[in-house]
Design a protein around this ligand. Structure first.
Ligand SMILES: [Zn+2]
Length: 249
């Protein structure tokens, strides 16, 4: 059974969760904001397979200063109950629709990077295309080495930079129908790849109108195995091992 390296478990209905967890060995359950952190913590206490990450999702309006302080206090207080800081990053998709001031988003991300460094935890990043280079700048500035760029997309230059730094990526079930992701899998070393669903985010192609579940990652493993010239068992074993060692599971 696989490990889902990135899922928004608290966004599923409670009654869906036991069946979802039957399909996986473990999940890294990421958080969106303080209320989401609290729900994720509860899930991790209820289900042994759920490993919590606490953060603030960047694709939304910024929190107020009071909310930021409350969130950082809460995370520091619950640091022993999380495996990573996340999900954090930069609002690439939000920026496509309207012009936004990036400086406060950068400042918030930098604060999370400093927190991850202080707490000696890995960090889960939402930073795609040109934002990946900005995230790399901040990681390098603070000498943070344990970084996971989830659902990563980016150009050759940043891909090479991330490989050189040993940063991890994870691929979603869209690797079964997105050429861009298949090219990325070809270039990225297998020892730095994990699989995820970002569930309940919905997928297309063979997954049209299907509720996102970790079972979909079996298709991702088939794609990865065929690109890397391995059996699905070999690819799965390696990817599970990558996830365990990255998150200290
Ligand atoms: Zn996510």
């Amino acid at each position: 059974m696989l490990i889902d390296a990135h899922i928004h478990l608290e966004q599923y209905q409670e009654k869906e969760i036991p069946a979802l967890l039957e399909e996986v060995e473990q999940v890294i359950a990421v958080s969106m904001n303080l209320a989401s952190c609290e729900k994720t913590l509860m899930l991790s206490k209820t289900y042994a397979k759920v490993k919590a990450a606490f953060g603030f999702h960047p694709e939304q309006a910024l929190p107020s200063n009071i909310e930021v302080e409350a969130l950082f206090d809460w995370i520091s207080h619950h640091a022993d109950e999380m495996v990573a800081v996340g999900e954090v990053g930069l609002p690439y998709y939000l920026k496509q629709d309207k012009s936004i001031d990036y400086h406060p988003y950068m400042a918030l991300l930098e604060r999370f990077i400093v927190l991850a460094k202080e707490l000696e935890k890995p960090i889960v990043l939402h930073a795609v295309y040109e934002d990946a280079a900005l995230a790399c700048d901040l990681l390098e500035k603070h000498q943070v080495t344990k970084a996971h760029f989830h659902w990563f997309k980016g150009d050759e230059e940043v891909i090479q930079r991330m490989i050189d730094k040993g940063y991890f990526i994870s691929v979603t079930p869209d690797c079964t129908y997105e050429m861009e992701i298949q090219q990325l899998i070809k270039k990225y070393p297998l020892e730095l790849i994990m699989v995820e669903t970002d569930g309940p985010w919905p997928f297309e192609g063979p997954f049209d109108n299907k509720r996102t579940s970790s079972r979909m990652m079996n298709h991702s493993i088939e794609v990865i195995a065929s690109i890397k010239g391995l059996s699905t068992q070999e690819a799965a074993k390696m990817i599970i091992q990558n996830t365990k060692s990255f998150y200290n599971l």
